[in-house]
Design a protein around this ligand. Structure first.
Ligand SMILES: [Zn+2]
Ligand SMILES: [Zn+2]
Length: 111
């Protein structure tokens, strides 16, 4: 009964999203000539005939928690920031990011 699938399963720390991933890092082997701007959890795009990739999540560059790329969970601005750290440091972000965040619906995140 050995089950190692847990080790390749991404779980977001802010929402209930979880999914198995194919690769963690910034150079997905199945997406040639792609270098991601962050180390991220990546899956092969199941709907694409070419070997495209989808980023499903990454680690917050401040608190190191795994967060998905969902609008309510993280922001990517040169690095990835979880929504908690983004709100704590909102003044550090440029106006366009602040505007973008204001447009997003505020939902209650679980603690
Ligand atoms: Zn999430
Ligand atoms: Zn964070």
């Amino acid at each position: 009964m050995s089950d190692n699938k847990e080790s390749s399963h991404f779980v977001c720390s802010l929402c209930d999203f979880s999914a198995p991933y194919d690769y963690f890092g910034n150079k997905p082997p199945f997406a040639k000539a792609i270098i991601l701007m962050e180390k991220a959890f990546v899956i092969k795009d199941p709907f694409s005939p070419e070997s495209k990739h989808l980023t499903i999540g990454g680690f917050c560059s401040v608190c190191d928690k795994p967060v998905c790329v969902g609008q309510n969970c993280s922001v990517f601005y040169t690095k990835r920031f979880c929504m908690t750290c983004t709100k704590d440091n909102i003044k550090e972000f440029p106006a366009e990011i602040q505007q973008e965040l204001k447009k997003r619906p505020t939902t209650s995140t679980k603690d």
